[in-house]
Ligand binder design. Structure first.
Ligand SMILES: NC(=O)c1ccc[n+]([C@@H]2O[C@H](COP(=O)([O-])OP(=O)(O)OC[C@H]3O[C@@H](n4cnc5c(N)ncnc54)[C@H](O)[C@@H]3O)[C@@H](O)[C@H]2O)c1
Length: 251
C-alpha cells in the first residue's frame, strides 16, 4: 500500500474531492484526520473508512480561524503521534461578473482559499520540521493558469496558492518537506452541480477528453504526490483537467 502507516490531515473532507481523497488515502493505508467547517457527512465517512480497516477522526474547523487550525493540528498530532501529510482541499468558488462582486465577497474567497491554506501550512510546519519530513499538497485550479469566463476572485485565489506553494517548496526543502499542488479542471462535484444542463454541455464539448473529471481523478494525483513514488518531486503542479483550457468559455 502506497501510504502504509502514514497519517494524513485533510481539509474539506465533508464533500467532493476531499471526501474522495480521504477514502482513497485510507484504502492505501493512511489514517485520516479530517477537517471541515461542515460535519454532517463525517459520521458516515468514518464508517466507510473504518470499513477499509483504517481510522478516521473528524474535526470541525473553519480554515480561516487560526485558533481552530492550531487546535485541529494539535488534536491530530496528540491523537496519532505524528503527521506525515497535509492535504489542503477546502475551498469555495465564485461565478459572478466583477460588477456583482462585492469587496466582502472578494475577501471571503481569498480568506478561505488562500489564508486557509496559509494557516494550515504555517501551523503544520513546526511538526514537520521536528520530524524532518512532511508532505504538503495544496489544491489550486486550472483557472489559476488560464483564467475563467468570470468569477475573478476564484482564479486569483488559486493563482496565489501556486505562488505560495512554490515558495514554501524552496523554503522548506532543507527539512525534507515537499510542497506540491494539484490543479483540477472541471470536476463533477457539488461545486459544479449548480450548472444547468446546457452550460454542462458547453463545458464538456470544450474539454479535449470530452467529459468532466471525477473526484477520484484528482484524489489519485494527490495520492501519487503524497507517496514515496514522488519522493524527488517538490514545487510541482499537476493539472488534472482532461486538457481543458477554460479562458475561452463563458460560464
Ligand atoms: N470541482 C471542481 O471542478 C474544482 C476545480 C478546480 C479546483 N477545485 C478545488 O478543489 C477543492 C475541492 O472542491 P470540491 O469540488 O470538492 O468542492 P466541495 O464544495 O464539494 O467541497 C469543498 C469543501 O470545503 C469545505 N469548506 C468550505 N469552506 C470552508 C472553511 N471555511 N473551512 C473549512 N472547510 C471549508 C466545504 O464544507 C466542503 O466540504 C476546492 O479547493 C476547489 O476550489 C475544484
Amino acid at each position: 500500500m502506497l501510504l502504509s502507516k502514514k497519517i494524513a490531515v485533510l481539509t474539506g473532507v465533508n464533500s467532493g474531492i476531499g471526501r474522495k481523497a480521504a477514502e482513497i488515502f485510507a484504502q492505501n493505508g493512511a489514517k485520516i484526520f479530517g477537517v471541515d467547517v461542515r460535519t454532517d457527512c463525517m459520521d458516515e465517512l468514518k464508517t466507510v473508512i473504518e470499513g477499509y480497516g483504517s481510522e478516521f477522526v473528524g474535526c470541525q474547523c473553519d480554515v480561516r480561524n487560526v485558533e481552530d487550525v492550531k487546535a485541529a493540528l494539535k488534536k491530530a498530532y496528540d491523537y496519532y503521534g505524528k503527521i506525515d501529510i497535509m492535504l489542503n482541499i477546502a475551498g469555495v468558488s465564485c461565478d459572478k461578473p466583477i460588477s456583482r462582486i462585492s469587496e466582502d465577497e472578494f475577501g471571503r474567497v481569498m480568506d478561505i482559499n488562500v489564508k486557509g491554506v496559509f494557516n494550515f501550512c504555517k501551523y503544520v510546519t513546526p511538526y514537520f520540521k521536528k520530524q524532518k519530513h512532511g508532505v504538503i499538497i495544496n489544491t489550486s485550479s486550472i483557472t489559476a493558469i488560464c483564467g475563467s469566463g468570470m468569477g475573478c476572485p476564484y482564479p486569483a485565489s488559486k493563482a496565489a496558492i501556486l505562488g505560495l506553494s512554490k515558495t514554501l517548496a524552496f523554503e522548506l526543502a532543507p527539512w525534507n518537506i515537499r510542497v506540491n499542488t494539484v490543479a483540477p479542471g472541471v470536476i463533477n462535484t457539488e461545486m459544479v452541480s449548480a450548472l444547468d444542463p446546457s452550460a454542462r454541455k458547453t463545458f464538456e464539448k470544450s474539454i479535449p477528453l470530452k467529459h468532466m473529471g471525477d473526484a477520484a481523478d484528482v484524489a489519485n494525483a494527490m495520492l501519487f504526490l503524497a507517496s514515496d513514488m514522488a519522493k524527488y518531486i517538490t514545487s510541482a503542479n499537476i493539472c488534472v483537467d482532461g486538457g481543458y483550457r477554460p479562458s475561452t468559455v463563458n460560464l
